[in-house]
Each structure stands twice: as C-alpha cells, then as structure tokens.
Design a protein around this ligand. Structure first.
Ligand code: ZN
Length: 123
C-alpha cells in the first residue's frame, strides 16, 4: 500500500514553522492512499500536524506517546515523543472528504519545510 502526505492549510503551516523555530521537530501524518476520495486527505476530512516534544531517541520510553520516524535527509531516524497532535480541516476538500470538482490553489509550500515531513509515520 502506498501513503500520501497531505498538505496543510496556512494555519497549519504557520504553526509548524513556529514550532520548528524552537528547534523541535514536527511531522504531518501520512494517509493510506484511497482512490476516489479527496486526493489530499484520502477521505479523512482532516489533516494532522504532530508536534514532537523531543527526539530522536534510540529506544521507546514508557509512559510517553511516541512515534517512530524512518528518517530522511533532514530528520534523524528514531523515536520521537509527541507533545501534541493538531487536526485541521482539509484545505483541499474543506472537510467534505471527496473531490469537489472545484480546484483551488494550494497554499504555497515552504519547500525546505515540506521535505522533512514524515512519509512513513507509524503508531
Ligand atoms: Zn480532503
């Protein structure tokens, strides 16, 4: 199966940028691809921004909410302690979950930021 990383609405991008300014990592939750559903949220109606409190850690720690990240060029592989998970209405379908047939321009992607977003988040 293949996963798609959705884009965030502007409010989500701003939140992610502010979080990154503190030196902490963030991830966007990827969804399993669902044909015929909204191409951004894959029919979920919402997109999730995950703010990592600390990480990466070499092993999972008890009593914490964690996510594993496989790593990429910018974000190292390991366990991350999740500080908060924020849900935003999908900017593509406005929460309707399906293609509306109306095309809106996505918000401008901050390229450097988008590259480090998680493609393969696991719980
Ligand atoms: Zn959507």
């Amino acid at each position: 199966m293949s996963y798609v990383t959705p884009y965030l609405p502007q409010a989500g991008i701003d939140t992610a940028r502010n979080w990154a300014r503190s030196g902490k990592q963030y991830f966007i939750k990827a969804f399993e691809q669902a044909n015929g559903e909204c191409r951004n949220c894959q029919g979920n109606g919402v997109v999730y921004l995950v703010l990592a409190e600390s990480g990466p850690h070499g092993h999972p720690m008890g009593g914490k909410v964690l996510t594993w990240y496989d790593g990429d060029g910018q974000t190292r592989k390991g366990w991350y302690v999740i500080g908060d998970t924020l849900a935003f209405v999908c900017p593509e379908c406005k929460g309707l979950r399906r293609e509306t047939g109306m095309y809106v321009l996505p918000p401008k992607r901050p390229d450097a930021d988008m590259k480090k977003l998680g493609e393969r988040m696991r719980r």
